[in-house]
Design a protein around this ligand. Structure first.
Ligand code: GLU
Length: 470
């Protein structure tokens, strides 16, 4: 059975690159009905934090990347690593190295001066007995002859002459194991069949393959995914406005939009852009992961998000909107659900993010404190006063207060003054929302309700009269 894994180092937020790696592994496992495992690579105690672990788990849950095993924590697996190191030492496949950092530095400098590759020269391989006062590191005896071949599922055949590899460190002098060591032990013992990760790890792979052999384990398949680039073609970072997964949530993106976006950073299925989760699982394969880097395009993410808002379930969007309305300072308590659903109904066609939706919804919760100056000078003029007065009279009489009823009231006023809809609707719009653009006027009026609509129309009338006096 296929088994893939996501193995983040909890040294910060889950950013887009990591989330894409997680997504590819998850889709790969789901596509082949295999298992997906989560492993926290926290052997670097000085940089790993519990907060980061929580953040990563929350981001994965939010994206819907569920795992079948784990989360394992490497910090809890010391016994296993110790056992494997003892075995390598006993079998003479690894050795203690007593060279000091100063000595290594010195030799590195010399090599650079001579123009040769600065790598560990292997001198402690043959050392008999320890050096006093020095705590050793443990190094792997790397095969120096021949070459190490990676048959990468994305890159194709990648060949490393073994002379390029050196006896790399498995355990540091403080006793902590290195990434290259524990990643191999864990992937082997956890039965990982496919390692899908960023191609910044490609250079680690020949070392890891050698270690698999030394330990007597079969290496898995490898698939190295090209990095994500910013629009300026440098490696994607905060400078490009790319943030953590949860920051996208805070900005009002939907998880399905971000997931869809992430998958398309490197993978394609014809020219299809929008995929349901089921489609992604059905279509995903490594054959269609591109060999060249994908470029981050925030406009596309906005476009996808707008799509998922437009087509999303209104009740769910209404629930999600609440926290954004609170953040905008528009509400303190959760408003009436029916009203909220109506608000979303009027805005989902035109909002690209939930944050934008909350901002556009402001007028539903707060009467306009001022009117858009252009809108006011153009539409809140003395000549519309009688129209608005008539409209208020008609609206007051309405019961029920549905869209059709409101429309009929408008028709009556338009007829009696022989005016067109825009002559009445535009002043109303400015009066009710403060702005010149808004959702449909009848929808708005119904959502605001009779009392609020009339009160705002009266306020606008007073504004017109007041301005006229002065
Ligand atoms: N902890 C490593 C990282 O976050 C994992 C690399 C791998 O997948 O082997 O980069």
């Amino acid at each position: 059975m296929i088994k893939a894994r996501f193995a983040p180092s909890p040294t910060g937020y889950l950013h887009l690159g990591g989330a894409r790696t997680a997504t590819f592994n998850w889709l790969f496992a789901r596509h082949y009905q295999g298992r997906f495992l989560l492993r926290i690579e926290d052997t670097d105690k000085s940089r790993s934090t519990d907060e980061s672990i929580q953040e990563i788990l929350e981001a994965m849950e939010w994206l819907g990347l569920d795992w079948d095993e784990g989360p394992y924590r490497q910090a809890e697996r010391t016994e296993i690593y110790n056992r494997e190191i003892r075995r390598l030492l006993e079998e003479d496949k690894a050795y203690y190295c007593y060279c000091t950092p100063e000595e290594l530095d010195e030799r590195r400098k010399k090599a650079l001066e001579k123009g040769t590759m600065p790598k560990y020269d292997g001198r402690c391989r043959y050392r008999k007995g320890p050096r006093k006062g020095i705590t050793p590191v443990v190094r792997l005896k790397v095969e120096q002859k021949g070459e190490t071949v990676i048959n990468d599922l994305i890159k194709g055949k990648v060949v490393y002459p073994n002379t390029q590899l050196d006896d790399f460190i498995l355990v540091r002098s403080d006793g902590t194991p290195t990434y290259n060591f524990v990643v191999v032990v864990d992937d082997a013992l956890m039965g990982i069949t496919h390692v899908i990760r960023g191609d910044d790890h490609l250079n680690n792979t020949p070392k890891q393959i050698q270690l698999y052999r030394a330990l007597g384990y079969e290496p898995p398949e490898f698939a190295h995914v090209p990095m994500i680039l910013g629009p300026d073609r440098t490696r994607l970072s905060k400078r490009h406005g790319a943030t953590s997964v949860l920051a996208y949530r805070e900005e009002g993106y939907l998880p399905e939009a971000l997931l869809n976006f992430l998958v398309r950073l490197g993978w394609s299925h014809g020219d299809q852009e929008i995929f349901s989760k089921e489609e992604l699982i059905r279509y995903f394969s490594l054959e269609h992961v591109g060999k060249s880097s994908a470029v981050y395009n925030p406009e596309k993410l906005l476009w996808l998000n707008a799509h998922y808002i437009k087509t999303g379930d209104t009740t769910r969007l209404a629930t999600l909107l609440v926290s954004f309305l609170k953040k905008e300072g528009l509400i303190k308590e959760k408003p009436d659900s029916k009203m909220l659903v109506s608000v979303v109904e009027t805005l989902k066609e035109r909002s690209r993010t939930l944050k934008e939706m909350a901002q556009m919804a402001a007028f539903y919760f707060k009467a306009p404190a001022e009117y858009d100056p252009k809108g006011a000078s153009k539409f809140l003029t003395p000549e519309v006063l009688p129209y608005l007065q008539a409209l208020v009279r008609e609206l007051e009489r309405l019961d029920p207060f549905g869209e059709e009823d409101v429309k009929a009231a408008f028709d009556k006023v338009m007829e009696s003054f022989a005016i067109k809809l825009k002559h009445l609707a535009q002043p109303c719009r400015v009066a009710l929302t403060g702005k010149r653009v808004s959702p449909g006027i009848f929808e708005i009026i119904v959502v605001l309700g009779k009392g609020e609509t009339i009160s705002r129309l009266r306020k606008a009338m007073a504004f017109i009269e007041g301005r006229n006096k002065g």
